[in-house]
Design a binder for this molecule. Sequence first.
Ligand SMILES: NC(=O)c1ccc[n+]([C@@H]2O[C@H](COP(=O)([O-])OP(=O)(O)OC[C@H]3O[C@@H](n4cnc5c(N)ncnc54)[C@H](OP(=O)(O)O)[C@@H]3O)[C@@H](O)[C@H]2O)c1
Length: 278
Amino acid sequence: MRISHRSPDGGESFPSEIPSFGLGVFLMSEPGECKSACLAALAAGYTHIDTARAYGNEHEVGDALKEAGVNRDEVFITTKLRRMHATGFEEVLEHCQKSLENLDTDYIDLYLIHAPPEDTDHREPVWKGMEHCLEQGWVKAIGVSNYGAHHLDAMREYATYLPSVNQIEINPWLQRPELRAATETVGAKVMAYSPLARGHKLGEPELIEVAARLGCTPAQVAIKFCHDLGCITIPKSSRAERITENLASLDIDISNEIDVIEAMDCGYISGWDPTSEP
Ligand SMILES: NC(=O)c1ccc[n+]([C@@H]2O[C@H](COP(=O)([O-])OP(=O)(O)OC[C@H]3O[C@@H](n4cnc5c(N)ncnc54)[C@H](OP(=O)(O)O)[C@@H]3O)[C@@H](O)[C@H]2O)c1
């Protein structure tokens, strides 16, 4: 999928290609867990890994890339500026360099602000710092995460380059049509995190029935739903067999069940929701 950065006056810059499916590595806290999961994913054919400074495992992602022996340009790495570090221009530059060091790489494919900086006065200088990282080539694309429509709209006032991506929670139980539309309005693509709602709803009878009719697993239905919405989709698993199963969801045709899945939306938040903050 192509991503780029729209200017408030309508121009586009820094285009790049992002794989529309990847491995999320949140909550992999055991030493070696993230590295093993990344190795399993790379072996299965994944080309995109979504990490974050806050997950404490950027170094294991870097180790996995080296151990797998893949060329740097064959794998797309997304990482995120920690919310507590999103306090000013210089801080962004410093923490971007730290992530590069942790990942042991020359560039990051996509660098996201993990959530809107809590102090609203920090939002502009932090974005200016992100833009500097982009212009320096330290990162190939910049974006945001957990930004609501009002956060995105406010960026028009101060952004030279609008975000290429907004990473938000999306799954059959939290479909967010308005926020997806607001994201597209600024020229950004939606990246769906927690596509399985962290596993909370995989035992719902309705979903199990859909999966049975399609001859796949409940997790595969949820993942393919997000992907078919046009979202870059990044399910997490630490288990090799599920990592393979999740990738195979891309081959499943859910079109006959779309009305049933759309009716599952209930505004369920599985983790946190900074999109509704001021
Ligand atoms: N920007 C943000 O604020 C934010 C917030 C949350 C997540 N994220 C990103 O999005 C990624 C995915 O979200 P997530 O980790 O919150 O949750 P998720 O992908 O919705 O669900 C992960 C959970 O589902 C289980 N699971 C995975 N595949 C399965 C399968 N095929 N069958 C049954 N269970 C399965 C996993 O367990 P096992 O590991 O044991 O398989 C884990 O408990 C994260 O890893 C992170 O990269 C970003």
